[in-house]
Design a protein around this ligand. Structure first.
Ligand code: CUA
Length: 368
């Protein structure tokens, strides 16, 4: 029973953590030969990050364009290869002792006419195919913006090396919410993402929901997203942005409006106050250590914006931008020396007394 529960938990964890986690699970259970055979189907293991499993109208349009191109170019490839095989089979090599004929400088006029017709048909076919692609891709591009609506949610996403700052916009300042690396959006409602970056170019990509949009320093790019199927989808930075580009992931949780509203309200609340002596000590450790130079915990004196907002860090599924499952052990490793986990990130190591570390972990884990 316990084993089954653990298996289910590790499966759901992989759904969130993505490819690396699945790769580890696969390595543990399958022989290298079977792994190689299964490699082309790897995307099936990760439906939470797959452009082949659309969960919204935009990804639906993109995939229909993709399948059209796949089938047409696949058919063209097979036809061309077929002609090549026929040509090779028909070309006759001289037998030994036989002399090679002199080149035919006066070709047969009828044969020439037939050849020209074949070449012309090839050119016409290519032009028609390219036009079909052009029109389909133009219509797809227009359809991608058709989810725009006056009533919408606005989410500002700022790329940092290597994490995502997320801010929900609102006309009332008290309802503006800042969080990191985990974006919740309501099911079936248009969301306007305003994207920018503080350092280098990143790219916002949730394959199940939409194509890629670059985050460019000093410029605000916008993209609309609507998700029509509830679930947790993994997003990944899709533009090489330095050492830890591969560890710059995030999750998008699509949920019915009521659930989204409940999440939003709970995130808006300031951090819960420590309820045990250890948590109080942990809060003191947090407030008297370099943590406060970079992080915010609303409701305390910590208000820096260099690193991710931590007010409700314990409510998130992962830490370190989708790199690790949010467990006490991972949190400890990250606090003590995050450079071992994600070299090059901007968080310095922290030399804490064991009791202080445990108290700090107690406190961080209470920030639900
Ligand atoms: Cu950010 Cu790649």
């Amino acid at each position: 029973m316990k084993g089954r529960r653990q298996k289910a938990k590790s499966k759901s964890r992989c759904w969130v953590l993505g490819a690396g986690c699945w790769a580890k699970t696969v390595r543990q259970h399958l022989t290298p030969k079977t792994q190689n055979l299964l490699l082309p189907f790897a995307f099936l293991l990760l439906p939470s990050q797959s452009a082949l499993d659309p969960a919204g109208p935009q990804s639906g349009r993109i995939i229909s364009l993709w399948w059209l191109m796949f089938y047409v170019t696949g058919a063209v490839f097979i036809i061309v290869m077929g002609f090549l095989v026929v040509a090779l089979a028909r070309s006759r090599r001289p037998h030994s002792g036989e002399t090679v004929d002199a080149p035919n400088t006066r070709p047969d006029a009828g044969r020439e006419r037939r050849m020209s017709r074949v070449v012309l048909a090839g050119i016409a076919g290519t032009v028609v195919i390219l036009f079909v692609f052009l029109i389909h891709s133009f219509l797809t591009g227009r359809a991608l913006d058709s989810v725009a609506a006056k009533e919408h949610l606005t989410v500002k996403v700022t790329g940092h090396q290597w994490w995502w700052e997320v801010q929900y916009d609102n006309q009332t300042a008290a309802y503006v919410l800042t969080t990191a690396n985990e974006i919740h959006i309501p099911l079936g409602q248009p969301v306007l993402f305003k994207l920018t970056s503080t350092d280098v170019i990143h790219s916002f990509w949730v394959p199940n929901l939409h194509g890629k949009t670059d985050l460019i320093p000093g410029h605000e790019a916008v993209t609309w997203v609507r998700a029509d199927r509830a679930g947790t989808y993994r997003g990944q930075c899709a533009e090489f942005c330095g050492h830890q580009h591969a560890h710059m992931a995030f999750t998008v949780v699509v949920e019915p409006y009521e659930k989204f509203k409940a999440w939003y309200d709970s995130q808006l609340a300031p951090a819960s106050q420590p309820s045990t002596p250890t948590q109080s000590r942990g809060q003191q450790v947090f407030l008297s250590s370099p943590c406060v130079m970079c992080h915010t915990v609303r409701g305390t004196d910590a208000g820096a914006r260099v690193g991710p907002e931590l007010t409700h860090v314990a409510s998130r599924e992962t830490i370190a931008a989708g790199t690790l499952e949010n467990t006490r052990g991972h949190l400890a490793g990250w606090v003590v020396d995050s450079q071992k986990i994600k070299p090059g990130n901007r968080m310095p190591p922290n030399n804490l007394e064991p009791a202080d570390l445990q108290a700090l972990l107690d406190y961080l884990q209470s920030l639900k």
